[in-house]
Design a binder for this molecule. Structure first.
Ligand code: ZN
Length: 263
């Protein structure tokens, strides 16, 4: 990079300007790769090198849970877990495996102001979940508890749901689900503790019932681990009369044995 370019970038990071609309001060940063932090091509969220390391979820996988198989068991095959313990949702799909760069993307969306990531992540999700997106009438996201929403500024699942709605034209009901009691962070909890933690935590507000009852719901979350959270949210949607609930997440853990390591 030449000296002039370096000076330009340094200048850009410090540049403060007034927006014509609201006279709001904004800080302008050069585009930075969300995976490695290096300067990326204009408007790209990931550099080519990091993009190449992302592990997309591809077939073969369980037709219900979306869990990847290590060998092909044939079209429409189900995992032993999905047969022994059928989830309340019809199908779950995820774009990528939750590791490496994908993990950084999910965390980047969660803890920093990278709303630009939501657009790229939503594109990957729509591609991975085309079949369940087409088969849904309305999009709902897993809500944060109000206190957590305040501390984290925005709900990453809602950001993804909003971006998917823009890409697909399916309506996003932002208030479709509500947390009706506080829950602990799921991080570090085992499967049973996770299930207990989120049981009865969600409800469809009465005012939203007409937008859920009788409709096929696409429930959006950022990361799927044990599925306890989306299962509890699905039960709330089913109680409100949803005809069907499918789950679309950005990432999922590859093996259930790794579940307690992740958020
Ligand atoms: Zn990179």
């Amino acid at each position: 990079m030449g000296l002039r370019a370096k000076l330009h970038l340094g200048h850009m990071t410090k540049l403060l300007f007034c927006s014509s609309a609201g006279h709001l001060l904004q800080l302008v940063y050069p585009p930075v790769c969300a995976g490695c932090g290096r300067i990326a091509a204009a408007s790209a969220a990931l550099c080519a090198e990091c993009w190449g390391t992302v592990r997309f979820v591809e077939r073969p996988f369980c037709d219900i849970s979306g869990a990847p198989f290590d060998h092909d068991r044939g079209e429409g095959m189900l995992s032993p877990e999905a047969i022994a313990n059928p989830p309340p949702y019809a199908k779950a799909r995820a774009a990528v495996l939750y590791d490496g760069v994908a993990r950084k993307l999910a965390q980047g969306l969660k803890y920093s102001d990278r709303a630009d990531l939501a657009k790229m992540m939503a594109k990957w999700m729509v591609r991975a979940g085309r079949e369940i997106v087409d088969d849904s009438d309305v999009i709902v996201s897993v809500p944060l508890h109000r206190h957590r929403l305040l501390s984290r500024r925005y709900n990453q699942s809602a950001e993804l749901a909003r971006a998917i709605s823009k890409l697909t034209g399916k309506p996003f009901e932002a208030g479709g689900l509500r947390r009706i009691r506080a829950t602990r962070q799921q991080v570090g909890l085992g499967l049973r503790a996770r299930q207990d933690n989120v049981r009865g935590a969600f409800a469809v507000p009465p005012s939203q019932m007409p937008r859920i009852s009788g409709y096929k719901v696409l429930l959006v979350d950022d990361v799927l681990t044990t599925g306890s959270t989306v299962a509890a949210a699905t039960r709330a949607l089913n109680r409100a009369g949803a005809e069907q609930v499918c789950i679309l997440t950005f990432a999922r853990v590859a093996s259930p044995g790794a579940e307690t390591l992740y958020a």
